[in-house]
Write a protein that binds this ligand. Structure first.
Ligand SMILES: Cc1cc2nc3c(=O)[nH]c(=O)nc-3n(C[C@H](O)[C@H](O)[C@H](O)COP(=O)(O)O)c2cc1C
Length: 124
């Protein structure tokens, strides 16, 4: 279920849907390439996913799953997002500067796109 986050993602240029999940269901911290489906909608969205406590901003905060849908900035509060993690890209890092996080996130999205496009070709 998508719940409000801190509303910072859009400012950073990478809006994310924050998922409400039980601690026990959380995957290992890290940045992942993923496919996401909104409720029962047909299309699958390519996505970049962050699992962790956003250590760049606040190391004490609870761990959580944040989903950045590629090429989309949708209002998703209260909707269900079904996410399949495809590959782990890297560990979650603490950046000293926000612009370093933004640059790294931009690189992550490029890598996720390439990886997911490759897998989609293999599948079809
Ligand atoms: C692809 C991607 C990679 C991310 N990598 C990190 C990271 O390494 N370290 C970190 O502190 N936060 C990382 N984040 C999380 C951002 O800090 C977070 O999305 C942003 O602060 C917005 O949070 P909000 O939705 O609560 O406003 C990443 C987010 C995305 C989408």
């Amino acid at each position: 279920m998508v719940v409000p986050g801190d509303g910072r993602g859009r400012e950073l240029g990478f809006p994310t849907a924050n998922l409400e999940m039980d601690e026990g269901d959380l995957p290992e911290d890290g940045i992942y390439a993923a496919w996401a489906r909104i409720d029962d909608d047909q299309p699958l969205w390519a996505a970049s996913v962050s699992v962790g406590a956003n250590p760049t901003f606040d190391g004490d905060r609870a761990r959580r799953v944040e989903v950045h849908l590629h090429d989309a900035d949708l209002e998703l509060y209260g909707r269900r997002l079904f996410v399949t993690l495809v590959a782990l890209l890297r560990p979650t890092l603490r950046f000293d500067r926000v612009d370093a996080l933004i640059a790294q996130t931009a690189e992550d999205v490029i890598r996720c796109r390439a990886l997911l496009a490759d897998r989609a070709r293999v599948r079809s």
